[in-house]
Ligand binder design. Structure first.
Ligand code: SF4
Ligand code: SF4
Length: 372
């Protein structure tokens, strides 16, 4: 997996490792995917790793499909002690974003000393960066890297370091946070954990509970009874405008029957007993017989809006559609004769998952509370 953000040492190490063993090396490359998307999503955060999906899972799914039509089994070095998220990884794992891969984790119970003991015992080559104060080597600008590792990156690769620092600085200006917010690494969380709030207190810095980005969801009317009967919910979703509104209309075909007026940039969707109206400016209005129905429809509309506007062309949705109803090679296309509105492509879509972050961003704003 070459995310396009690898250390040059890592790329070289992988190539020489494969060569020395005379092994075929297949590389799934993300190319410029990170830089193409960072403007829309903002810097990746420990609690929002859109980059993993865009730069790893998308290209990986494509590589597997192109080379191993029946799927594949991969053997990985994931370990339970690496993070809380991995605490209970099993020997066999599957990832919903990569439907054609089964992962085996044979060393999941090893501790780091055992890994290094094995490397030395077998006299294996290892990434030279481990000898330069790196404890864990991923992408060079990873939000999860240690502050000391980021400092080391600055010494070894000042160009890469400067490029990301400049990008963070630009983002900070755009969203209106202080240079200190960026300098002290608060950007690394979307929602600050208690320890970082304490740090902020000690530094006497005012920090927002939630990192602000260029996307915003404003609920103007939470799901509530409608004069005409049923329940309705309304809001406005603002995203950096990337694509033509027709793409939103296309994504909405996975929600229901779509009527689209390109001239007025308005889409009407009939989904069961509910009706959804969406406008080019991001206004969403959902009406359904029940409160839950109105909330679900609103959510479906917002997710389609995000997909239509911010699709990264990762094509993970294609692999998750068992009816071959969707294609996303540059342009989203949904074949409404095939689509069963099963929602699997939405569940697998990194961009649609941004909805949860936007909803959480409304913490403290009661109108958001009922959406999830
Ligand atoms: S709509 Fe499909 S191609 Fe686009 S971001 Fe979502 S999963 Fe990827
Ligand atoms: S997975 Fe396929 S059938 Fe299901 S909603 Fe998406 S496009 Fe339609």
């Amino acid at each position: 997996m070459d995310t396009g953000l690898e250390f040059p040492e890592t790329v070289q190490y992988v190539q020489s490792f494969a060569k020395s063993r005379n092994e075929r090396l297949k590389i799934a490359k993300a190319g410029n995917a990170f830089w193409d998307n960072v403007g829309a999503f903002g810097p990746p955060a420990k609690d929002f790793r859109w980059c993993c999906k865009v730069c790893k899972l998308g290209p990986l799914t494509t590589l597997i499909e192109e080379n191993y039509r029946d799927g594949t089994v991969t053997i990985e070095g994931n370990r339970a002690l690496e993070s809380f998220a991995r605490t209970d990884i099993g020997f066999v794992e599957r990832n919903p974003f990569v439907p054609n891969q089964t992962v085996l984790n044979p060393i999941r119970h090893w501790i780091a000393a055992e890994v290094w003991g094995y490397i030395w015992m077998e006299d294996l080559e290892f990434n030279p960066l481990y000898e330069q104060d790196f404890e864990r080597i991923g992408c060079y600008l990873c939000a999860s890297c240690l502050g000391s590792e980021w400092k080391a990156t600055g010494e070894i690769h000042p160009d890469l370091h400067a490029e990301w620092e400049a990008s963070l600085g630009e983002w900070g200006e755009q969203v209106g946070v202080s240079p200190e917010f960026v300098r002290y690494g608060f950007w690394r969380w979307k929602s600050l954990p208690p320890k970082m709030r304490l740090v902020a207190e000690e530094l006497q810095m005012k920090v927002p509970q939630m990192r602000s980005d260029s996307m915003e969801l404003r609920i103007s009317k939470g799901a509530s009874p409608c004069v005409a009967g049923g329940f309705s919910m309304e809001g406005v979703l603002t995203v950096p405008h990337k694509r033509d509104f027709s793409q939103v209309a296309e994504a909405l075909k996975t929600v229901g029957k779509v009527k689209f007026s390109p001239e007025f940039e308005v889409v009407m969707v009939k989904a069961g007993d509910g009706t959804l109206k969406m406008f080019g400016g991001g206004h969403i209005s959902a009406i359904a017989p029940t409160r839950d129905g109105a909330q679900a429809l609103f959510r479906a509309g917002a997710e389609a809006f995000l997909r239509g506007q911010l699709c990264t062309s990762c094509r993970i949705c294609e692999r998750n559609c068992e009816f071959s109803a969707i294609t996303a090679d540059g342009q989203l296309k949904v074949d409404d004769r095939r689509c069963r509105q099963c929602g699997k492509c939405v569940e697998a879509c990194v961009v649609a998952h941004y909805y949860d972050k936007l909803v959480t961003a409304g913490e403290g704003r009661p109108a958001y509370a009922g959406v999830k």
